[in-house]
Design a protein around this ligand. Structure first.
Ligand code: C5P
Length: 224
């Protein structure tokens, strides 16, 4: 990592699916005036490409080639892949499931590593994912691990989908969330787990505003 990068502060916000970390991370970034990295969207983009091209989800090298070739532009909240707006397509449950499958491959993870580090620019970065504090930005401070019970996360995902007009059975969401947790936590490359120096934030019974305030309180006053 170039020296200049070390001078750019990074706040790492990791945690399981639908824990609320994305909402919290975006609001923390806005409060600090920092850039924001939604690293999950990069894995979703690879999954989207794999589904579109019929690439074998077990072929790590072929998936890594897709990851390296993607021309991605983050335009506010919109995500463009090779010029096309794929923001909505990336949220589909099929893409979510495929993303956690492509993410098990070390070749895919290393193909995305420098792309993620490229988001580290002044005045600072809030990075959201699974391995921001453990692998991608090991010198991040603070590191926060956001979690919530699987049932609460399924309820949140259901509410989120309902807002976009999609009605999904809560039991099937709960099953998907548990399967994804299991796959993310048991993989050998960068498994989902808190960094040793992470602060655990359980948001099961916490409103978003309180969670954002809790993260901001961990940041040195001079940076807030
Ligand atoms: O955060 P999001 O649900 O969009 O991530 C989709 C999938 O991408 C996760 O289930 C996980 O398998 C993978 N992922 C990852 N490392 C990250 C971010 C996401 O492995 N830093």
């Amino acid at each position: 990592m170039p020296d200049s990068h070390a001078a750019v502060p990074v706040v790492a916000i990791d945690g399981p699916a639908a824990s609320g970390k994305g909402t919290i991370a975006r609001q923390v970034a806005a409060a600090l005036g920092y850039h924001y990295l939604d690293s999950g969207s990069l894995y979703r983009l690879v999954a989207h490409q794999a589904l579109a091209t019929g690439t074998d989800p077990g072929d790590g090298e072929a998936l890594a080639a897709l990851a390296r070739a993607m021309v991605v532009r983050f335009d506010g909240d919109a995500i463009r892949l090779d010029g096309a707006d794929v923001t909505e397509a990336l949220r589909a449950e099929a893409v979510s499931a495929a993303a956690s499958r492509v993410a098990v491959h070390p070749a895919v993870r290393s193909a995305l590593l420098e792309r993620q580090r490229g988001f580290r620019r002044l005045p600072g970065l809030v990075a959201d994912g699974r391995d921001m504090g453990t692998v991608v930005f090991p010198d991040a401070a603070p590191k926060v691990f956001v979690t919530a019970s699987a049932e609460e996360r399924a309820r949140r995902r259901r509410r989120q989908l309902a807002e976009t007009g999609i009605d999904v059975n809560i039991q099937s969401l709960l099953r998907d969330i548990r399967e994804r947790d299991e796959r993310d936590a048991s993989r050998s490359a960068a498994p989902l787990r808190p960094a040793v120096d992470a602060v655990i934030l359980d948001t099961t019974n916490m409103a978003v505003e309180a969670a954002v305030a809790a993260v901001l309180a961990l940041i040195a006053p001079a940076r807030r």
